[in-house]
Design a protein around this ligand. Structure first.
Ligand code: SF4
Length: 129
């Protein structure tokens, strides 16, 4: 299965709808209205030497690389959960405790994601604060 940029844009539009701003699912230690300044679940897939798949080097493994094509992993329910968490502030535990990405307002991250997915901004990697 191969998804086009239109599929990704449609998915992003769905994620950016106000309904995705649900109350925080996990007990977040981040200030209300904030999230992590992280584009990793949209821009990369981390594969360990033993074949484990993660959205980044900090998150736990959620599958094996040969279980699905790489493109399917990039659009898997597991990675979408990380995206939803970052866009809503309802962070996955790995993101909440992440020391590699500083905090940012949800609105700022949503604008960055929109620009990167639209191809109007480069992917930048924020440094830890
Ligand atoms: S754990 Fe950190 S680097 Fe990984 S997706 Fe979450 S915020 Fe990004």
């Amino acid at each position: 299965m191969q998804l086009s940029i239109i599929d990704l844009t449609t998915e992003l539009a769905e994620q950016l709808k106000p309904k995705s701003l649900t109350p925080q699912k996990y007990c977040s230690s981040l200030p209300l209205g904030s999230t992590r300044n992280c584009l990793d679940p949209w821009t990369q897939l981390f594969v360990t030497a033993t074949g484990g798949v993660r959205p980044c080097c900090n998150a736990p493994k959620f599958g094996e690389v040969f279980d699905r094509p790489l493109f399917a992993w990039m659009n898997s329910p597991e990675i979408k959960e990380y995206r939803r968490g970052l866009l809503s502030g309802s962070l996955m535990p790995a993101c909440e405790n992440c020391h590699d990405r500083p905090t940012i307002s949800i609105d700022e991250l949503r604008a960055k994601v929109s620009a990167v997915v639209a191809g109007t901004a480069p992917v930048t990697v924020p440094q830890p604060s």
